[in-house]
Design a protein around this ligand. Structure first.
Ligand SMILES: *[C@@H]1O[C@H](CO)[C@@H](O)[C@H](O)[C@H]1NC(C)=O
Ligand SMILES: *[C@@H]1O[C@H](CO)[C@@H](O)[C@H](O)[C@H]1NC(C)=O
Ligand SMILES: *[C@@H]1O[C@H](CO)[C@@H](O)[C@H](O)[C@H]1NC(C)=O
Ligand SMILES: *[C@@H]1O[C@H](CO)[C@@H](O)[C@H](O)[C@H]1NC(C)=O
Ligand SMILES: *[C@@H]1O[C@H](CO)[C@@H](O)[C@H](O)[C@H]1NC(C)=O
Length: 275
Protein backbone atom coordinates (compact mmCIF):
# COMPACT_ATOMS: atom_id res chain seq x y z
CA UNK A 1 0.00 0.00 0.00
CA UNK A 2 2.88 2.30 0.57
CA UNK A 3 3.70 4.74 -2.14
CA UNK A 4 5.95 7.76 -2.00
CA UNK A 5 4.35 11.14 -2.35
CA UNK A 6 1.25 9.70 -3.86
CA UNK A 7 -2.13 10.73 -2.67
CA UNK A 8 -4.84 8.19 -2.35
CA UNK A 9 -8.48 7.80 -2.85
CA UNK A 10 -9.73 5.15 -0.55
CA UNK A 11 -12.96 3.76 -1.79
CA UNK A 12 -15.21 1.64 0.31
CA UNK A 13 -17.63 -0.58 -1.49
CA UNK A 14 -20.50 -2.59 -0.12
CA UNK A 15 -18.50 -5.73 0.11
CA UNK A 16 -16.16 -3.87 2.44
CA UNK A 17 -13.13 -4.49 0.30
CA UNK A 18 -10.67 -1.66 0.19
CA UNK A 19 -9.10 -0.42 -3.00
CA UNK A 20 -6.27 2.00 -3.13
CA UNK A 21 -5.89 3.99 -6.27
CA UNK A 22 -2.88 6.18 -6.39
CA UNK A 23 -3.70 9.52 -7.91
CA UNK A 24 -2.05 12.85 -7.79
CA UNK A 25 -5.24 14.80 -7.56
CA UNK A 26 -6.59 15.02 -4.04
CA UNK A 27 -6.15 13.59 -0.60
CA UNK A 28 -9.49 12.03 -0.18
CA UNK A 29 -10.85 8.98 1.46
CA UNK A 30 -14.35 8.23 0.32
CA UNK A 31 -16.94 5.78 1.38
CA UNK A 32 -19.09 4.54 -1.49
CA UNK A 33 -22.18 2.45 -1.69
CA UNK A 34 -22.93 0.70 -4.93
CA UNK A 35 -26.64 0.09 -5.39
CA UNK A 36 -27.71 -3.30 -6.69
CA UNK A 37 -29.40 -2.06 -9.84
CA UNK A 38 -27.68 0.78 -11.62
CA UNK A 39 -23.99 1.36 -11.97
CA UNK A 40 -24.19 4.55 -9.94
CA UNK A 41 -22.31 4.97 -6.70
CA UNK A 42 -23.56 6.86 -3.71
CA UNK A 43 -21.06 8.66 -1.51
CA UNK A 44 -21.62 7.77 2.12
CA UNK A 45 -18.68 9.27 3.86
CA UNK A 46 -15.37 10.92 3.10
CA UNK A 47 -12.23 11.77 4.94
CA UNK A 48 -9.96 14.55 3.77
CA UNK A 49 -6.36 14.62 4.84
CA UNK A 50 -4.82 18.09 4.96
CA UNK A 51 -1.59 16.72 3.53
CA UNK A 52 -0.62 13.90 1.15
CA UNK A 53 -1.17 10.41 2.50
CA UNK A 54 1.66 7.92 2.19
CA UNK A 55 0.54 4.81 4.08
CA UNK A 56 -2.70 3.21 5.23
CA UNK A 57 -3.31 0.28 7.58
CA UNK A 58 -6.65 -1.20 8.50
CA UNK A 59 -7.13 -3.36 11.58
CA UNK A 60 -9.77 -4.05 14.19
CA UNK A 61 -12.29 -1.70 12.63
CA UNK A 62 -9.80 1.15 12.69
CA UNK A 63 -8.02 2.77 9.75
CA UNK A 64 -4.59 4.18 10.53
CA UNK A 65 -3.21 6.76 8.12
CA UNK A 66 0.35 8.05 7.80
CA UNK A 67 0.62 11.39 6.02
CA UNK A 68 2.92 14.37 5.75
CA UNK A 69 3.12 15.79 9.29
CA UNK A 70 0.06 13.85 10.50
CA UNK A 71 -1.08 10.48 11.69
CA UNK A 72 -4.77 9.75 11.78
CA UNK A 73 -6.99 7.02 13.09
CA UNK A 74 -10.50 6.64 11.68
CA UNK A 75 -13.47 4.46 12.39
CA UNK A 76 -13.47 2.00 9.51
CA UNK A 77 -17.27 1.80 9.33
CA UNK A 78 -18.03 5.44 8.71
CA UNK A 79 -14.63 7.14 8.36
CA UNK A 80 -15.20 9.27 11.46
CA UNK A 81 -11.97 10.74 12.72
CA UNK A 82 -10.93 9.15 15.99
CA UNK A 83 -7.62 10.93 16.42
CA UNK A 84 -5.35 13.29 14.54
CA UNK A 85 -1.76 13.59 15.70
CA UNK A 86 0.76 16.14 14.50
CA UNK A 87 4.18 14.65 13.78
CA UNK A 88 5.81 17.64 12.13
CA UNK A 89 7.29 19.98 11.19
CA UNK A 90 10.00 19.36 13.75
CA UNK A 91 13.49 20.74 14.19
CA UNK A 92 15.78 18.49 12.22
CA UNK A 93 18.97 18.23 10.23
CA UNK A 94 20.43 15.24 8.42
CA UNK A 95 23.83 16.39 9.68
CA UNK A 96 22.78 15.63 13.26
CA UNK A 97 21.88 12.45 15.09
CA UNK A 98 18.28 11.53 15.75
CA UNK A 99 18.26 13.20 19.15
CA UNK A 100 19.97 16.36 17.83
CA UNK A 101 22.47 15.94 20.65
CA UNK A 102 25.41 15.69 18.30
CA UNK A 103 26.07 17.14 14.86
CA UNK A 104 28.91 16.78 12.44
CA UNK A 105 30.99 19.89 11.82
CA UNK A 106 31.04 23.11 13.80
CA UNK A 107 28.42 24.83 11.64
CA UNK A 108 26.02 21.88 11.34
CA UNK A 109 23.84 23.18 14.18
CA UNK A 110 22.88 26.03 11.86
CA UNK A 111 21.32 23.47 9.52
CA UNK A 112 18.75 22.47 12.15
CA UNK A 113 15.48 23.87 10.84
CA UNK A 114 11.76 23.15 11.02
CA UNK A 115 11.36 20.18 8.69
CA UNK A 116 8.28 18.41 7.36
CA UNK A 117 7.90 14.84 8.52
CA UNK A 118 6.79 12.43 5.78
CA UNK A 119 5.45 9.16 7.09
CA UNK A 120 7.53 6.38 5.51
CA UNK A 121 6.53 3.24 7.41
CA UNK A 122 3.22 2.36 9.05
CA UNK A 123 2.37 -1.12 10.29
CA UNK A 124 -0.03 -2.48 12.80
CA UNK A 125 1.79 -4.83 15.17
CA UNK A 126 -0.04 -7.10 17.60
CA UNK A 127 0.00 -4.56 20.45
CA UNK A 128 1.11 -1.32 18.85
CA UNK A 129 1.37 0.82 15.75
CA UNK A 130 4.80 1.09 14.14
CA UNK A 131 5.51 4.50 12.59
CA UNK A 132 8.70 5.81 11.02
CA UNK A 133 9.03 9.24 9.45
CA UNK A 134 11.56 11.00 7.26
CA UNK A 135 12.91 13.23 10.03
CA UNK A 136 15.47 12.35 12.74
CA UNK A 137 17.33 10.00 10.40
CA UNK A 138 14.22 7.91 9.76
CA UNK A 139 13.86 6.49 13.27
CA UNK A 140 10.72 4.62 14.34
CA UNK A 141 8.28 4.69 17.22
CA UNK A 142 5.83 2.20 18.61
CA UNK A 143 2.56 3.89 19.48
CA UNK A 144 -0.47 2.82 21.43
CA UNK A 145 -3.24 1.46 19.18
CA UNK A 146 -5.91 3.15 21.28
CA UNK A 147 -4.13 6.49 21.50
CA UNK A 148 -1.77 7.05 18.61
CA UNK A 149 -0.29 10.15 20.22
CA UNK A 150 1.09 7.98 23.00
CA UNK A 151 4.60 6.78 22.12
CA UNK A 152 5.25 3.47 23.88
CA UNK A 153 8.79 3.08 22.62
CA UNK A 154 11.21 5.17 20.60
CA UNK A 155 14.54 4.35 19.07
CA UNK A 156 17.68 5.91 17.62
CA UNK A 157 18.16 3.35 14.84
CA UNK A 158 17.87 4.78 11.31
CA UNK A 159 15.28 2.68 9.47
CA UNK A 160 13.50 4.79 6.84
CA UNK A 161 14.79 7.12 4.15
CA UNK A 162 15.55 10.57 5.55
CA UNK A 163 14.16 12.77 2.82
CA UNK A 164 10.84 13.55 1.22
CA UNK A 165 11.47 12.03 -2.17
CA UNK A 166 13.38 8.91 -1.22
CA UNK A 167 11.13 5.85 -1.25
CA UNK A 168 10.79 3.44 1.65
CA UNK A 169 8.84 0.23 1.17
CA UNK A 170 8.46 -2.27 3.98
CA UNK A 171 6.69 -5.45 5.02
CA UNK A 172 6.32 -7.02 8.43
CA UNK A 173 6.26 -10.60 9.56
CA UNK A 174 4.60 -10.47 12.96
CA UNK A 175 5.05 -14.18 13.60
CA UNK A 176 8.82 -14.06 13.25
CA UNK A 177 9.07 -10.44 14.42
CA UNK A 178 10.83 -9.24 11.30
CA UNK A 179 10.64 -6.01 9.38
CA UNK A 180 11.78 -6.05 5.74
CA UNK A 181 12.80 -2.58 4.57
CA UNK A 182 14.03 -1.19 1.27
CA UNK A 183 14.95 2.50 1.27
CA UNK A 184 16.25 4.75 -1.46
CA UNK A 185 19.58 6.29 -0.65
CA UNK A 186 19.22 9.96 0.25
CA UNK A 187 21.31 12.38 2.28
CA UNK A 188 24.64 11.07 3.31
CA UNK A 189 25.23 11.48 6.98
CA UNK A 190 27.77 10.14 9.38
CA UNK A 191 24.76 9.13 11.42
CA UNK A 192 23.67 6.77 8.64
CA UNK A 193 27.03 5.17 8.11
CA UNK A 194 26.48 1.83 6.42
CA UNK A 195 22.76 2.40 5.99
CA UNK A 196 21.62 -0.54 3.84
CA UNK A 197 19.56 -0.40 0.65
CA UNK A 198 17.61 -3.50 1.68
CA UNK A 199 17.61 -5.18 5.05
CA UNK A 200 15.78 -7.60 7.30
CA UNK A 201 15.43 -6.02 10.73
CA UNK A 202 14.26 -7.32 14.07
CA UNK A 203 10.88 -5.79 14.74
CA UNK A 204 11.45 -4.59 18.25
CA UNK A 205 14.98 -3.21 18.19
CA UNK A 206 15.01 -2.24 14.49
CA UNK A 207 18.59 -3.41 13.97
CA UNK A 208 19.49 -5.52 10.93
CA UNK A 209 19.67 -9.19 11.85
CA UNK A 210 23.30 -9.97 12.79
CA UNK A 211 24.15 -6.27 12.79
CA UNK A 212 27.89 -5.81 13.09
CA UNK A 213 28.65 -9.49 12.62
CA UNK A 214 31.86 -10.26 10.74
CA UNK A 215 30.02 -13.09 8.98
CA UNK A 216 27.72 -10.49 7.50
CA UNK A 217 24.37 -9.02 8.41
CA UNK A 218 20.99 -9.45 6.72
CA UNK A 219 21.52 -6.43 4.51
CA UNK A 220 22.29 -5.43 0.94
CA UNK A 221 24.39 -2.32 0.30
CA UNK A 222 25.08 -0.25 -2.76
CA UNK A 223 28.74 0.58 -2.95
CA UNK A 224 29.50 4.03 -1.60
CA UNK A 225 30.93 5.36 -4.86
CA UNK A 226 27.68 4.58 -6.75
CA UNK A 227 25.10 5.36 -4.09
CA UNK A 228 24.33 8.95 -4.94
CA UNK A 229 23.96 8.38 -8.70
CA UNK A 230 22.62 4.84 -8.88
CA UNK A 231 19.11 5.59 -7.74
CA UNK A 232 16.76 2.72 -6.93
CA UNK A 233 13.15 3.73 -6.47
CA UNK A 234 11.17 1.10 -4.56
CA UNK A 235 7.56 0.90 -5.66
CA UNK A 236 5.95 -2.04 -3.92
CA UNK A 237 6.78 -5.14 -1.87
CA UNK A 238 5.12 -8.52 -1.68
CA UNK A 239 5.74 -12.04 -0.41
CA UNK A 240 5.60 -15.29 -2.29
CA UNK A 241 6.51 -18.66 -0.83
CA UNK A 242 9.62 -18.01 1.24
CA UNK A 243 10.73 -14.89 -0.63
CA UNK A 244 10.19 -11.18 -0.21
CA UNK A 245 10.13 -9.17 -3.43
CA UNK A 246 10.43 -5.47 -4.17
CA UNK A 247 9.41 -3.99 -7.49
CA UNK A 248 11.82 -1.20 -8.36
CA UNK A 249 12.58 1.37 -11.00
CA UNK A 250 16.30 1.95 -11.27
CA UNK A 251 19.00 3.24 -13.55
CA UNK A 252 19.85 0.73 -16.24
CA UNK A 253 23.57 1.13 -15.76
CA UNK A 254 25.43 1.45 -12.50
CA UNK A 255 27.66 4.15 -13.93
CA UNK A 256 25.10 6.63 -15.19
CA UNK A 257 23.64 10.02 -14.54
CA UNK A 258 20.40 10.65 -12.71
CA UNK A 259 18.60 11.19 -16.03
CA UNK A 260 19.82 8.15 -17.89
CA UNK A 261 17.74 5.20 -18.99
CA UNK A 262 15.58 3.47 -16.37
CA UNK A 263 14.56 -0.16 -16.06
CA UNK A 264 12.05 -2.01 -13.90
CA UNK A 265 13.39 -4.85 -11.80
CA UNK A 266 12.23 -7.24 -9.13
CA UNK A 267 14.55 -7.67 -6.18
CA UNK A 268 14.18 -10.86 -4.20
CA UNK A 269 15.50 -11.89 -0.80
CA UNK A 270 14.83 -15.03 1.22
CA UNK A 271 12.54 -14.40 4.17
CA UNK A 272 14.83 -16.33 6.45
CA UNK A 273 18.16 -14.95 5.30
CA UNK A 274 20.20 -13.80 8.25
CA UNK A 275 23.35 -12.75 6.39
C1 LIG B 1 -10.23 -3.87 19.07
O1 LIG B 1 -10.75 -2.63 19.51
C2 LIG B 1 -11.56 -2.71 20.68
C3 LIG B 1 -12.15 -1.33 20.94
O2 LIG B 1 -11.19 -0.31 20.88
C4 LIG B 1 -10.69 -3.20 21.84
O3 LIG B 1 -11.46 -3.31 22.99
C5 LIG B 1 -10.09 -4.56 21.46
O4 LIG B 1 -9.20 -4.98 22.46
C6 LIG B 1 -9.35 -4.48 20.14
N1 LIG B 1 -8.93 -5.80 19.72
C7 LIG B 1 -7.68 -6.06 19.34
C8 LIG B 1 -7.40 -7.46 18.91
O5 LIG B 1 -6.82 -5.20 19.33
C1 LIG C 1 -19.39 5.82 13.43
O1 LIG C 1 -19.45 4.50 13.92
C2 LIG C 1 -19.19 4.37 15.31
C3 LIG C 1 -19.21 2.92 15.71
O2 LIG C 1 -19.42 2.07 14.66
C4 LIG C 1 -20.23 5.15 16.10
O3 LIG C 1 -19.92 5.06 17.48
C5 LIG C 1 -20.21 6.61 15.67
O4 LIG C 1 -21.23 7.33 16.33
C6 LIG C 1 -20.40 6.70 14.17
N1 LIG C 1 -20.25 8.08 13.78
C7 LIG C 1 -21.08 8.67 12.91
C8 LIG C 1 -20.81 10.11 12.60
O5 LIG C 1 -21.96 8.06 12.35
C1 LIG D 1 12.48 8.95 23.46
O1 LIG D 1 11.70 9.05 24.60
C2 LIG D 1 12.35 9.70 25.68
C3 LIG D 1 11.47 9.56 26.91
O2 LIG D 1 10.13 9.75 26.58
C4 LIG D 1 12.59 11.14 25.30
O3 LIG D 1 13.23 11.82 26.34
C5 LIG D 1 13.48 11.15 24.06
O4 LIG D 1 13.65 12.48 23.61
C6 LIG D 1 12.86 10.34 22.96
N1 LIG D 1 13.82 10.20 21.89
C7 LIG D 1 13.53 10.41 20.63
C8 LIG D 1 14.62 10.15 19.66
O5 LIG D 1 12.44 10.78 20.25
C1 LIG E 1 -3.21 10.10 24.64
O1 LIG E 1 -1.83 10.17 24.94
C2 LIG E 1 -1.37 11.50 25.16
C3 LIG E 1 0.15 11.44 25.27
O2 LIG E 1 0.56 10.39 26.10
C4 LIG E 1 -2.06 12.05 26.39
O3 LIG E 1 -1.62 13.38 26.62
C5 LIG E 1 -3.56 12.04 26.18
O4 LIG E 1 -4.22 12.43 27.35
C6 LIG E 1 -4.04 10.64 25.81
N1 LIG E 1 -5.43 10.69 25.43
C7 LIG E 1 -6.31 9.83 25.89
C8 LIG E 1 -7.71 10.02 25.39
O5 LIG E 1 -6.02 8.96 26.68
C1 LIG F 1 10.32 16.20 -4.15
O1 LIG F 1 9.10 16.02 -4.87
C2 LIG F 1 8.27 17.19 -4.85
C3 LIG F 1 6.95 16.81 -5.48
O2 LIG F 1 7.12 16.03 -6.62
C4 LIG F 1 8.98 18.33 -5.58
O3 LIG F 1 8.18 19.46 -5.55
C5 LIG F 1 10.30 18.60 -4.85
O4 LIG F 1 11.03 19.58 -5.54
C6 LIG F 1 11.14 17.34 -4.74
N1 LIG F 1 12.28 17.63 -3.87
C7 LIG F 1 13.50 17.19 -4.13
C8 LIG F 1 14.55 17.55 -3.13
O5 LIG F 1 13.75 16.52 -5.13
Amino acid sequence: MANMNKRFHILFFRNAQMYLLATDIICLITFLLIPFSYGQSRLISTFHSKTPISNVEIANNTIYIGAENFLYSLNAENLTLIQSVTTGPVLDSHLCNSELSSCIGSRARLSIVETNNYNKILHRLPGSLLTCGSVRQGVCELRSLDNISRVIKNSTVAVAANSQNASTISLIDNKNEKLYVAATYSYDSPYREGFPAITTRLLYNFLPINAGSLDGEAAVHIRAEYRSRFRVNYIHAFRDEHYVYWATVQNKYVVSTAYSKKVTKLIRVCQDDDK
